[in-house]
Design a protein around this ligand. Structure first.
Ligand code: ADP
Length: 660
């Protein structure tokens, strides 16, 4: 008989004390015992009757019955005790193990299969416990390694972002240094060319002007590309006429096409809405790049520019998608080069660059600009079969009840011109001359202030309808001067237009924040300057006009100087590391371990700075401050605010103040 005692499995849950298996086993034993009893009675009774036919010995049968019942009960009880109960306990332990709670069962040394089974179970349970501990240890080790690696990655990204920032700063400074003299050269050339000159002088000046413009073009391309890469290119959203833009842009290349004997034509479909909202400067830049390439590379035949709707009829539509296509009968581009020509500094073949010149930047910039608009650029071309570039661009449609913008500007211009002088605030003598003579030529009265302070004084004593404000100036710079002007109620309607050679570095946003209405990068395009001045003078009577425009700040657009892709990665890492860091902060605060707390806070702070998470930086500052004062109560309060700020960062829909 098997007789193993397995008892006291601990810890066990009370509800598992009578498992289903044990019940069914004991039931089976009871049924078996009952059948056995009946069988014995029937056999013994039958035998007795066969020995003594006709005589029923009831007493004998009764005694027999009693004996058999008693022995069957004893057998059943013994069986349940030594077999069923230990098995039930084992089963219970197995169920516990299945639920992840490893236990040991107590074994009675009976030397039978149940003891062996229980021992095997205990061994298995111990082995599992050991391996579970090892897995846990490895997991913790792995988590720690991942954390350290992520922190290393974060540090590396921070360095990369700093490098990107430094590159942007360098470009901003270079841009300033190069644009200022270029602005002077081009402006002066323009002025001299309008004075009486003999033919030779005019030819020479034209050549100088051509060189200056191509140098400026290259400079602009490089700066544009850097701006886009640094995430600092901001698209304007102003009303413009597509038809006028296309006409003007193609006109620029008409003379060159004519001199090469190429025919050039353009058309804008009737269905294209007259006034759209967008950035005309950038749309023009895209179109001009394509048209100038088409004219440059085509030796004979034609260049055709077409603008039509890409998405059917615009009736009552708030926005439309336009297809701008530029097709030529030039040399064409081999299919394997179709992708690479959109990369920076890449030309379809080396001989082309020798023959036609160029830098290989135009298409790269165009593609980026198109993508910034949420559009796409495509090319259909094969060698010897010409090229057709097509650009899809979405635009909101402007309502233009008052007639075309140009007509309106024309009509308002003369009326506005007599309302006061334009104040040119500029410290550079050459720029003063260029801007004032340009404005005077257009009939405006202009006065010059050499710095911000002079401008304030002149405003107080004179009557001005508009201010053109340089940014970098001695005594009082343009930003400070604008803030002071805006602080005075009486100048609320006075338009201030920034003119700065700092074409990068978030200057536009800083100017707008300081209260200026518009921003022009130097060297200012003469037409653009006049157009902007006219636009503001026209709007001036409207009460809303001079209030600084609603603008996406640098911060809103993540324009904090670093490459947006790096910043995006940094944000991901920040969100990934945040829960563990916050947990450690809470732990350090609970233990009163201020050294650890400060160390962890500084890590969060550095990371938050690089993604410009202002709220997070703010609360880490206040935790640091409280830690310095050993003020545990306010550390706890700031920690809960920090929790919230970090949580908000992890939620993509939440608008975050990212402008540290
Ligand atoms: P760039 O014109 O300064 O060389 P782009 O980026 O504008 O730079 O163009 C890149 C290259 O693509 C050109 O050098 C030329 O090889 C090819 N390409 C662009 N437009 C055309 C075109 N219309 N026909 C033939 N080749 C073209």
């Amino acid at each position: 008989m098997v007789s193993a005692e397995v008892e006291n499995v601990s810890p066990l849950r009370p509800e598992l004390t009578r498992p289903a298996g044990a019940k069914s086993l004991s039931t089976k034993f009871s049924v078996f015992t009952t059948i056995l009893v009946f069988w014995v009675i029937v056999v013994v009774g039958g035998y007795d009757i066969s020995l003594n036919p006709g005589k029923v010995i009831a007493g004998k049968i009764l005694i027999l019955l009693l004996i058999v019942f008693l022995s069957a009960g004893a057998i059943a009880r013994f069986t349940i005790r030594i077999l069923v109960r230990p098995l039930a306990v084992l089963q219970r332990a197995i169920q516990e193990a299945r639920a992840g709670r490893l236990t040991q069962v107590d074994i009675s040394r009976t030397g039978d299969e149940i003891e062996y089974l229980a021992e095997s179970f205990n061994q298995m349970s111990s082995a599992l416990a050991v391996s579970q501990a090892q897995v846990k240890e490895h997991q913790e080790l792995l988590e720690e390694r991942i954390r350290l690696r992520t922190e290393e990655l974060e540090e590396a990204l921070q360095k990369a972002m700093q490098a990107s920032q430094a590159k942007s700063e360098f470009l901003a400074n270079m841009s300033h240094e190069l644009r200022t003299p270029m602005s002077g050269v081009i402006g002066m050339l323009d002025l001299v060319m309008e004075s009486p000159l003999n033919r030779d002088q005019l030819e020479q000046l034209k050549a100088a002007q051509g060189c200056a413009h191509s140098l400026l073009g290259l400079l602009n391309d490089l700066l544009d590309l850097s701006k886009i890469e640094a995430g600092r290119m901001v698209l304007e959203e102003i009303p413009f006429e597509m038809r006028a833009l296309v006409a003007d842009c193609t006109k620029t290349y008409q003379a060159r096409a004519k001199s090469k004997g190429i025919s050039m034509s353009w058309s804008v479909d009737q269905a294209v809405p007259r006034v759209l909202i967008g950035d005309p400067l950038r749309v023009r830049q895209i179109l001009a790049n394509l048209v100038s390439n088409a004219v440059k590379f085509t030796e004979r035949g034609s260049v055709r520019v077409e603008v039509r709707l890409d998405d059917g009829c615009p009736e009552a539509q708030a926005s439309v998608t336009l297809r701008l296509s530029v097709a030529d009968t030039g040399p064409g581009i081999a299919p394997e080069r179709h992708d690479s020509i959109f990369e920076q500094f890449t030309q379809a073949d080396g001989s082309i660059s020798r023959r036609f010149g160029g830098t290989g930047l135009g298409l790269a910039i165009s593609k980026r600009l198109v993508e910034m608009h949420g559009g796409e650029i495509n090319l259909q071309s094969a060698e010897g079969l010409g090229s057709a570039f097509s650009v899809l661009l979405p635009f909101p449609v402007a309502s233009d009840p008052a007639g075309s913008l140009a007509e309106q500007a024309e009509a308002d211009f003369s009326a506005q011109n007599s309302r006061g002088a334009i104040l040119v605030v500029e410290d550079n003598l050459i720029n003063q001359k260029v801007v004032t003579s340009l404005l005077r030529k257009k009939g405006y009265e202009t006065h010059i202030a050499n710095n911000g302070q002079e401008a304030l004084d002149m405003l107080h004593s004179g009557n001005y309808q508009l201010v053109l404000m340089d940014v970098q100036m001695p005594v009082l710079d343009g930003l400070e001067a604008s803030q002071r002007i805006r602080a005075e109620e009486r100048y609320a309607g006075l338009p201030i237009i920034a003119m700065t050679a700092h074409a990068m570095n978030g200057d536009r946003e800083r100017c707008l924040k300081a209260g200026m209405n518009e921003y022009l990068a130097k060297p200012v395009d003469h037409k653009h300057l006049i157009a902007v001045v006219e636009q503001f003078l026209k709007q001036k009577s409207s009460p809303r006009a001079a209030a600084p425009p609603a603008h996406g700040t640098a911060a809103d657009q993540g324009l904090n100087g670093a490459n947006p892709a790096l910043r995006e990665q940094m944000l991901k890492l920040f969100v990934q590391l945040a829960p563990d860091r916050i947990k450690r902060l809470h732990q350090a605060a609970a233990e009163g371990n201020l050294t650890q707390l400060r160390e962890d806070v500084q890590k969060i702070q550095a990371a938050a700075r690089s993604i410009s998470a202002a709220n997070v930086v703010e609360w880490t500052n206040s935790i640091e401050e409280s830690a310095r004062r050993v003020d545990l109560e306010s550390i706890r309060t700031s920690l809960s605010h920090l929790d919230e700020a970090v949580r908000a960062l992890s939620q993509p829909t939440t608008h975050q103040r990212l402008d540290a």
